[in-house]
Design a binder for this molecule. Structure first.
Ligand code: FE2
Ligand code: FE2
Length: 444
């Protein structure tokens, strides 16, 4: 049979076909997912507030990248909506190993020096292979993800170095472990896009410490570390409802939303496998939001002239929650979101009336986040409650239980703690009153 002549061209554009592309993007998605879960686990464990905030931001950036990659896989495999880790387990295992770092310094360094550069190199390798024209949407996603990775590497390295300067004794252990991690990643193959060289890369790293979520969160000793962060928690008569008292209580309250970022991260870590990708994406955003609310409080207080060393950071809600089964992590944040949902609008009105533009600004952006947090909680608690055989069985019962847990935690406050809290708050209020001005206030 005679073959009809056809047009042909040797085009470098055809190095990757549609299905190869989808498989590579699948691997990159699962590697980002692994990083998100590792950072969520370590967020409550690390001590410094700047480290917690960086992890919250990075795990959200990674979730944005991962969500884009996952949707792109579905586009390329249309109409199938199947995405599975089966062919990528060894690469994922390589990344999961960072969770078992021997300490916070090793974890941050392992991310900065090994995992993120290797993922960045994989993104760059993919960009070389892919066709910018037919696969333009993937190229854009990867360009943004790569820019995030480069910035994250710089930030994490600086955070790790700061910790190592403060605790030089931990440097040897951290660097030995990071070197072992680097050897393993190098042994994997030319890049993370390759098939792994052998099974040896799955063996446990020397010096590994199996990771568990902390019940007591890491705390930043540059702050006043306490259980209860302001007297109104244990003493309803402490003035906190108007004027400068309200400004201070609100800013200190925002700063102490660190517990909310920590519990959201813990929830992400605890239920990532059970509740799937949409849950991880929602909780990544929720964690980032709460961490921004915490920083809003810190910035306001700093702008008003307060030194970090005078500011209280509490942990009673996180600890009370983590002493329960993981379900209560999600229940507790949902309980607070729904209990105080009306408060944001009240604060915006009040701070507008005070012409306190800074507090008003922060509460307006806070409100924009809070509107969907309660919805996140309701959606995922409903899934967890379905099929549960032991009480509590519904959201109402869960919230009642959370309220009781908080009452118990507050009742544990000792007379000494009460006194310390009052002395600390009165000291801050005296400073606040000394700095207060009538300038810029509306006429009475
Ligand atoms: Fe918040
Ligand atoms: Fe919230």
């Amino acid at each position: 049979m005679k073959t009809a002549p056809l047009l042909r061209a040797e085009s470098p554009r055809t190095q990757l076909m549609r299905r190869d592309t989808a498989e590579i993007l699948t691997r990159l998605f699962y590697l980002e997912r692994s990083l998100i879960i590792s950072q969520a686990g370590w967020l409550p464990a690390v001590e410094r507030l700047d480290t917690k905030a960086a992890l919250a931001r990075m795990l959200w950036e990674d979730a944005v990248a991962a969500d884009g990659l996952r949707n792109r896989v579905f586009e390329l495999r249309y109409p199938s909506r199947v995405i599975a880790p089966d062919q990528h387990q060894r690469a994922i295992g390589l990344f999961d190993a960072v969770r078992d770092a021997p300490g916070q310094e090793a974890f941050l360094l392992g991310m900065a020096r090994v995992l993120l550069p290797s993922l960045g190199a994989a993104y760059a390798a993919y960009q070389q292979l892919s066709d910018r024209l037919s696969d333009g949407p993937s190229a854009l996603l990867l360009k943004h993800a790569l820019a995030d990775k480069r910035a994250q590497i710089v930030d994490l390295e600086q955070l790790a170095e700061r910790l190592l300067d403060l605790a030089p004794a931990s440097r040897a252990e951290a660097e030995t472990w990071v070197d072992a991690l680097a050897i393993r990643v190098a042994a994997y193959g030319e890049s993370l896009l390759a098939s792994p060289a052998d099974d040896g890369i799955m063996a446990a790293l020397p010096g590994r410490r199996p990771f568990t979520l902390p019940v007591i969160p890491g705390r930043d000793d540059r702050f006043v570390c306490v259980r209860y962060y302001w007297p109104h928690i244990v003493d309803p008569n402490f003035p906190a409802n108007e004027g400068i008292d309200l400004q201070m209580r609100s800013a200190i309250g925002h700063l102490n939303e660190v517990w909310a970022a920590e519990i959201c991260a813990a929830n992400l870590y605890n239920f990532a496998d059970t509740l799937g990708w949409d849950f991880i994406r929602d909780l990544a955003r929720w964690t980032y939001d709460e961490s921004r609310h915490c920083l809003m409080g810190l910035e306001r207080l700093t702008e008003w002239g307060f030194a970090t060393a005078a500011l209280p950071l509490g942990d009673y809600i996180y600890v009370a929650t983590r002493q329960q089964e993981p379900l209560f992590g999600l229940a507790m944040i949902f309980y607070f979101e729904t209990k105080y949902i009306h408060r944001g609008r009240e604060r915006i009105k009040t701070f507008t009336a005070y012409a306190d533009h800074t507090s008003r600004h922060d509460y307006e952006f806070d409100w924009a986040d809070e509107t969907f947090h309660a919805e996140y909680g309701k959606r995922w608690l409903t899934v967890l409650l379905k099929g549960r055989s032991t009480p509590p069985h519904d959201l109402h019962d869960l919230c009642r239980h959370c309220e009781a847990l908080i009452d118990e935690a507050v009742a544990e406050c000792t007379p000494e703690e009460r006194q310390h809290l009052r002395t600390m708050a009165e000291g801050l209020m005296a400073q606040a009153k000394a700095r207060a001005t009538t300038e810029g206030q509306p006429e009475q």
